[in-house]
Design a protein around this ligand. Structure first.
Ligand SMILES: Cc1ncc(COP(=O)(O)O)c(C=O)c1O
Length: 451
């Protein structure tokens, strides 16, 4: 086990206990934050101490992430537990962002296969050089039409949209104010821009106002449509009101709300009738459309400018034409089948009701993103493994994705889950959480253990 002298933390052996007073295993007395800063002159100085801790933490099952899935991200999946080597079969999958089941639709697969015959695999160049193909142009045009905006810029990932757009627009001496729960890609964009960065308390417009009021100069406000770790929605009408009063531009990241919210699925901005009040509309292809990549939609002038200043786009290879063709087909299906979205909403309402009735703590979620609040950083991996054994695949989320002591499972509901799968899932989850004292006593409905 690591010695204290190696780390910035003060943890000694056996010092910490979990909420129930049980002493924490040694591996759990440290976390990644203990290995961030260290003395010495070699950038590799932290590798040794980290490795010593990791040798304890990994086999103990802490940070049990990235468990390989054996097939497509459907509602039932086979998952390899990297700690035990065992493949857990036919688990109920509540971990994938495939909200509309579009990643594996046969028509999407067919479009992907056709595109690979035409274009091969990669774009083999930056989108401003040789990496733009006809399929990229077609997707940009279709998206601009769908989003009802003059133009769209495609990026290789949703992450790179935020980094490239924010740093492409804002400079040292400007002010960026983000909701405190803003995604890491928004935060990294703030850092890269070198603008003065501030955060306002989650959805608290009075705090946003305080931060905007004090500043004279260029101002940009960053919010999400649906918050990725809590599933609640931005209080957009109030945010727009404050931003207008103080002359701030607004970027909305609709990674989890495009194709879900609004009458036509254009997102939370459409839902509130505020699309024209928002200056920068960000979306991803990695969630509802089941692909990869992201986009910015806005005015033609904005897109023309950022095409030349979004370094995360033009210093990176273009989106794979194969994936692009799959996204194009997914968009077409989405527009032809409103029942996908209707099915998702009906599932969300059903599942939220089941979980709330069983006393599962799901916070303020209003959407298909449902946090299951464990708030015990020490035991969440143990609970996650028990869920695997009982037939459920859910991912633990810990610091830095959420604040310390706010650990949770991040559940995703899909339109493709059947009612039977949802009720089975809710029963197993509440029963497992009951054993850990997180849920009240449940009716005894689970009989068999899965392997
Ligand atoms: C709000 C938000 N923005 C951006 C991203 C990054 O998107 P991508 O995974 O497509 O890079 C995510 C990813 O989860 C997200 O939740």
């Amino acid at each position: 086990m690591v010695e204290d002298k190696h780390t910035s933390g003060k943890a000694g052996r056996g010092m910490f206990a979990d909420k129930a007073g049980k002493p924490l295993p040694l591996a759990m007395q440290y976390d990644y934050t203990n290995f961030y800063f260290g003395s010495g002159n070699d950038p590799f100085d932290m590798l040794g101490p980290f490795d010593e801790w990791w040798k304890d933490a990994e086999p103990a099952g802490y940070y049990l992430y990235g468990l390989p899935m054996q097939g497509e991200p459907g509602t039932r999946v086979d998952i390899r537990n990297t700690k035990t080597g065992k493949i857990h079969k036919n688990l109920l999958n509540f971990a994938s962002y495939n909200y509309l089941g579009l990643s594996y639709r046969p028509e999407v697969k067919e479009a992907v296969v056709k595109a690979v015959e035409i274009y091969g695999n990669g774009a083999s160049g930056s989108p401003i050089l040789s990496g733009s193909m006809e399929v990229h142009v077609e997707l940009s045009e279709q998206l601009a039409r769908f989003k009802n905006k003059e133009a769209v810029l495609l990026f290789p990932t949703g992450y790179s949209v935020n980094v490239g757009v924010i740093a492409g627009l804002m400079r040292s001496g400007d002010l960026i104010v983000a909701d405190q729960y803003a995604h890491a890609s928004l935060v990294d964009g703030m850092i890269l821009s070198k603008a003065t960065s501030r955060f306002f308390r989650h959805n608290k417009v009075e705090d946003l106002e305080r931060k905007l009021k004090k500043f004279t100069g260029k101002k940009l406000v960053l919010v999400e449509g649906v918050y990725s770790m809590d599933g609640d929605v931005a209080v957009l009408p109030d945010i727009v009101d404050v931003c207008k009063r103080y002359g701030a531009r607004i970027l909305i990241d609709e990674a989890h709300s495009t194709f879900i919210y609004g009458q036509n699925g254009r997102g939370v901005a459409e839902h509130f009738g505020l699309e024209d009040e928002i200056d920068l509309h960000v979306g991803t292809f990695s969630k509802s459309l089941g692909g990869q990549g992201g986009f910015l939609a806005g005015s033609q002038q904005l897109i023309n400018y950022l095409r030349g200043f979004s370094r995360s786009r033009f210093f990176s290879c273009g989106l794979s034409p194969v994936v692009t063709a799959g996204i194009l087909k997914a968009l077409e299906i989405f527009e032809e089948e409103p029942q996908l979205r209707e099915g998702l909403w009906s599932n969300v309402i059903y599942m939220q009701k089941l979980l709330r009735e069983a006393g599962v703590p799901i916070g303020q979620s209003e959407s298909q993103v449902i946090p299951i609040l464990i708030q015990d950083d020490a035991r969440i991996f143990e609970i996650g493994e028990e869920l695997l054994r009982q037939g459920i695949y859910l991912n633990p989320v810990q610091y830095p994705a959420v604040p310390k002591h706010k650990s949770r499972f991040r559940m995703s509901i899909s339109s493709t889950h059947s009612r039977q799968e949802l009720s089975e899932g809710a029963k197993i989850i509440s029963k497992v959480l009951e054993r850990y004292g997180i849920c009240p006593s449940q009716p005894d409905t689970i009989t068999s253990k899965r392997g």
